[in-house]
Design a protein around this ligand. Structure first.
Ligand SMILES: CC(C)[C@H](C(=O)O)[C@@H](O)C(=O)O
Ligand code: SF4
Length: 474
């Protein structure tokens, strides 16, 4: 009888190729996802050493950060972006890797394509040269963001050297109140534990509120684990997970599906297993959350006020953040007026997010002086939204309806804020200059972003009529 283990430990143990008493382990990697920004030097490294890719069949590439979100039949104007995309395509051709270019019907943000295709599966190890790889943890996978030299190592060997992480449980008791979403929950959790609260840990999100979330909501939660400093985040798979995966192009089929289910059902933290750190969170008190500063833990409830420097632990840091954000401190959040709205990204660019936002803006119009944009996270999401008529709801309300990609989440393409512009964004980072030099980012849920677009300032979406849908929270 083995000692009780956490979910993360079980997945880890299933993948250890070799181990040394005090050193790191060598882990087998089941899926390696690749995008155009962090891969070029890794491929160069392979070429220099005359190596091949060990398992091109377990490697999948997409273009996302640099893709234009305007008409894709036109040439790419930005030469650096074009070069990065051309390089990825050439590297994938040379090394035999499947790649989704910007005209592929499966193209999307790297963290979206895996779940959509069903290659993201419970109990697997997944890596990508991108910090938000933890998104896949929503399926009970152990998913790490890795650096360029590690990308090269995985390409060449299909293994990764990693030291055992510490384990953290975040227990979320109660259910989410109406008008609040997975995004509000993760922002509030990060607000509680801080941007370094998860350092060195793999977080397992547990409890009633997590069990009641849709797969999309769970992905939103796991996606932002890195913003709490964690190495990864995951959630035990259950019927919601299996229901999402069944029938996807790369999900196991027939007898293989039954065998997979049997093995996936073992992927739970054993009774009696201990975590290095346990955090408790009460979901029943959750309020729609808005970041006011320049790190994701600088957030307040929408019915609250921006803090003054004196109210915080680090007055200097707060003063700097307020200054960058063009705030004094003390303002009511609902008094903050917006110039731009961005609905999209690997945090909130999924179909349930777009449905929730569309239900808020349906029949209304974006406020004067506000420029609002919806960027689906992938082509499958875009096509699904169009088949439901959501694009028309957004267009009629005065939103721009764009082609899929990372877009204004980080502004590596032309979608950027002008200096001083204030933006309600459904993405995951509000760092200085993140959405364009001098741009001011407030992170919120899709519902909150949609309502802010119509009102021209933040509003408490719980007061919104018609009543907000809870689609993205369920
Ligand atoms: C470009 C990439 C390396 C980066 C990341 O690792 O996260 C980006 O996706 C981001 O969100 O900042
Ligand atoms: S959408 Fe944003 S967070 Fe996600 S991969 Fe792209 S740039 Fe990174």
């Amino acid at each position: 009888m083995t000692a009780p283990r956490t979910l993360a430990e079980k997945v880890w143990d299933r993948h250890v190729v070799s181990t040394s008493p005090d050193g790191p382990d060598l882990l087998y990697i089941d899926l390696h996802l690749v995008h155009e920004v962090t891969s070029p030097q890794a491929f160069d490294g392979l070429r220099l050493e005359g190596r091949t890719v060990r398992r091109p069949d377990l490697t999948l590439a997409t273009m996302d950060h640099n893709v234009p979100t305007t008409d894709r039949s036109l040439p790419v104007v930005d030469q650096l972006s074009k070069q990065q995309m051309d390089t990825l395509e050439a590297n994938c051709a040379e090394f035999g890797i499947r790649v989704f270019n910007m005209r592929s019907p499966q193209q999307g943000i790297v963290h979206m394509i895996g779940p959509e295709l069903g290659v993201t599966q419970p109990g697997t190890t997944i890596v990508c040269g991108d910090s938000h790889t933890a998104t896949h943890g929503a399926f009970g996978a152990l998913a790490f963001g890795i650096g360029t030299s590690e990308i090269e190592h995985v390409l060449a060997t299909q293994t990764l050297v990693q030291s055992r992480p510490k384990t953290m449980a975040i227990e979320v008791a109660g259910d989410l109140p109406p008008g609040t979403t997975a995004k509000d929950l993760i922002l509030a959790i990060i607000g509680q534990i801080g941007v370094d609260g998860g350092i060195g840990h793999v977080i397992e999100y547990r409890g009633e509120a997590i069990r009641n979330l849709s797969m999309e909501g769970r992905m939103t939660i796991c996606n932002m684990s890195i913003e709490a400093g964690a190495r990864a985040g995951l959630i035990a798979p259950d019927e919601t997970t299996f229901g999402y995966l069944k029938g996807r192009p790369h999900a196991p089929q027939d007898a293989d599906w039954d065998a997979a289910l049997e093995s996936w059902r073992e992927l739970v933290t054993d009774e009696g297993a201990t975590f290095d750190t346990v955090v408790k969170f009460d979901a029943t008190k959750l309020v729609p959350t808005v970041t006011w500063g320049t790190t994701p833990d600088m957030s307040v409830p929408v019915n609250g006020n921006v803090p003054t420097p004196e109210e915080t632990d680090d007055a200097d840091q707060t003063r700097r953040a307020l200054d960058y954000m063009g705030l004094e401190g003390g303002e009511a959040v609902t008094d903050l007026t917006l110039d731009r709205i961005f609905i999209g990204s690997c945090t909130n660019g999924r179909i349930t997010d777009l449905r929730a936002a569309a239900s808020i803006v349906d029949g209304q119009h974006v406020a004067d002086g506000v420029r609002a944009m919806v960027v689906p996270g992938s082509y499958p999401v875009k096509l699904q939204a169009e088949s439901e008529g959501l694009h028309q709801v957004f267009i009629d309300a005065g939103f721009e309806w764009r082609e899929p990609g990372c877009s204004m989440c980080l502004g590596m393409n032309p979608d950027i804020l002008e200096p001083g512009e204030r933006c309600a964004s459904t993405s995951n980072r509000n760092f200085e200059g993140r959405q364009g030099k001098g741009g001011r980012t407030h992170l919120v849920s899709p519902e909150m972003a949609a309502a802010a677009a119509i009102a021209g300032h933040f509003v408490d979406v719980r007061d919104w009529t018609p009543a907000p849908t809870q689609e993205s929270a369920k």
